[in-house]
Structures are given as C-alpha cells and as structure tokens.
Design a protein around this ligand. Structure first.
Ligand code: THU
Length: 147
C-alpha cells in the first residue's frame, strides 16, 4: 500500500466511527486528500426516510466544497463494513458517488485515484475514477471546464 493510500484509508476508518447508520448498520468513511496535504473526511449520514440518506463520499466532498477547495482534490479513500463485524472486502463508491467524485475530478483536471478498503485489514483496491465511471458526463460537457 502506498503512503497516500494508507493515510486516506486510515482517515476514512476514523471517520466511519462517526457514521450515523442505524438503519443499514453499514458504516462507511471517506477521506479526501487536497493538494496541500489536507485531509477532509465524511461518514454516511442516514435518515428515517431512508431515501434521504447521504453517502460518506458525498458528505466529505460537500465539506471540501464548503471550505472552498472543490477544485483542489487529488485523491479519495473509501472504506466500509457492517457495524460489529470485521469486514475486509473493499467497498467501492456507489454510482451516485462516482458521479459526484467526477465533478471534483473534472473541475480539478485530474483522473482521481480512488482507494477502496474494508472496515479492517490490508485489502485495498486502487482505481482511477475513469475505471469506475468510464465515459463520464460532467462539467466539461457543459463547458464549465476544458476537456
Ligand atoms: N454508502 C456510502 O456511504 N457510500 C457508498 O458509496 C455506498 C453506500 C452508505 C449508504 C448507506 O448509509 C449504507 O452505506 C448502506 O448502503
């Protein structure tokens, strides 16, 4: 595992401790690395209405944006697992989160690395966003950034 991957997976695991996931009992943490080395985290945030639940990646990226840093994302780590289990299988971002990560990727002009891990263990799957969301539609299609 690279140092960058390890840093983000560990930060995502810390964040997952604060997951609000009483319905799924599945805790997810995300950690976003910015260009200056800052790491911004998020955890999934569920709701009694179920459908209004927010994923960890979305929470983390919205926080990055609230700090005025949405164009400065360089990598993201995601972990997840069932609460009370020592799950080791890497969790990769859901489809909606891939689209939201793509917003940051295109704005920043970077095919972001996405490190995926389980709640525990050394199994890490590393992807480029373009592998997770090929032929993405995004801000470049709307002329917001150059291709
Ligand atoms: N979840 C995330 O936080 N990120 C993902 O990419 C996949 C799913 C959350 C949503 C819900 O709170 C729980 O995991 C089970 O789906």
């Amino acid at each position: 595992m690279t140092d960058q991957a390890r840093t983000l997976i560990e930060a995502a695991r810390d964040a997952a401790k604060n997951a609000y996931a009483p319905y799924s009992n599945f805790a997810v943490g995300a950690a976003v690395l910015l260009g200056d080395g800052t790491v911004v985290t998020g955890a999934n945030f569920e709701n009694a209405s179920y459908g209004l639940s927010l994923c960890a990646e979305t929470v983390a990226l919205a926080t990055v944006n609230a700090q005025g840093r949405f164009r400065d994302v360089v990598a993201i780590g995601v972990i997840g697992g069932r609460i009370g289990h020592a799950d080791t299988a890497p969790v990769s971002p859901c489809g909606r989160c891939r689209q939201i990560i793509n917003e940051a990727a295109q704005l920043g002009g970077c095919d972001l690395p996405v490190y995926c891990g389980g709640a525990t263990g050394d199994r890490i799957a590393t992807y480029k966003l373009s592998e997770l969301l090929p032929h993405a539609f995004g801000p470049a299609d709307l002329g917001l950034v150059d291709r």
